[in-house]
Design a protein around this ligand. Structure first.
Ligand SMILES: Nc1ncnc2c1ncn2[C@@H]1O[C@H](COP(=O)(O)OP(=O)(O)O)[C@@H](O)[C@H]1O
Ligand SMILES: [Mg+2]
Length: 247
């Protein structure tokens, strides 16, 4: 295992409530890591803490073995990460402009920007939308733009929080299929938060189940899903009634 990020004795507290309590956790280079758990388990909080959007209350986060001071992650490190959320949060402007934004902020030349935007629009099947205003897209189109915008900066880690949960089923499965191929080709390390067994089963290689702010089980995704432990079985078995585990 080759950890990019390690968590040691992480807690996150708000209003006298412990929302996360994680003695040990890591994100390995090249993996597609799933973080699954019931609503309110602490998944989004964990994603925000490991991507330095929120500060932990105590404990250490290490990047390549170096402790990152709380609340003081260097900009060069933050720029290695991209984040995609359920709401695509696109700006009023063309699809092209929205996808280009990360490169524009990095002062990349226009010619390179054009080439890269074309490339990522092609991969996500949205070249025909280049000149459309991003505020008038369907949910599936908007999420494709959101993911292209996140990937164009070639992040070392892509963090995703329920990116497909608002999409209708046919739109979701087509996008998941495209997205999986794109992540595999780019060899991007991905961390994918979801409460949905079907998404987790299809996309991820390793899985951590979080319940009440604690990681109750982790391991290769098929193994965790097939063999829940006493802390994860009530949550997983509810899902398994409805989704047989075919990969
Ligand atoms: N800043 C905060 N202040 C108070 N409570 C919070 C805060 N952030 C999260 N919580 C609470 O922590 C719990 C976990 O939230 P969250 O990480 O969003 O769960 P999940 O993404 O698994 O649904 C919830 O009960 C939520 O209300
Ligand atoms: Mg959440």
């Amino acid at each position: 295992m080759n950890p990019l990020i390690q968590l040691k004795n992480i807690t996150f507290k708000a209003q006298n409530k412990t929302i996360l309590d994680i003695p040990e956790f890591q994100i390995n280079a090249g993996e597609f890591l799933g973080i699954m758990g019931p609503n309110g388990a602490g998944k989004s909080t964990l994603l925000k803490v490991v991507s330095f959007l929120e500060q932990q209350t105590s404990g250490e986060i290490l990047y390549l073995g170096q402790v990152i001071p709380i609340g003081n992650a260097p900009i060069e490190l933050r720029r290695k990460f991209s984040i995609a959320l359920q709401q695509s949060l696109l700006l009023d402007g063309t699809v092209f402009h929205n996808i280009a934004i990360g490169l524009t902020l990095r002062k990349i030349s226009k010619a390179v920007i054009n080439e890269k935007v074309e490339y990522w629009m092609e991969l996500f099947g949205i070249s025909h939308l280049a000149k459309k205003n991003a505020l008038y897209l369907s949910g599936g189109e908007a999420q494709r733009v959101n993911l292209a915008r996140a990937m164009i900066v070639e992040p070392e880690i892509l963090f995703l929080d329920e990116p497909f949960s608002a999409l209708d089923f046919p739109t979701k499965i087509k996008l998941m299929e495209d997205f999986k191929g794109i992540i595999e080709t780019a060899q991007t390390t991905a961390v994918y938060v979801s409460h949905d067994l079907m998404e987790i089963n299809y996309l991820t290689n390793r899985l951590a189940i979080i319940v009440n702010g604690e990681v109750k089980q982790s391991g290769p995704t098929p193994r965790v899903l097939e063999h829940p432990n006493s802390s994860t079985s009530s949550f997983l078995n509810e899902w398994k009634k409805f989704y047989p585990l075919a990969r």
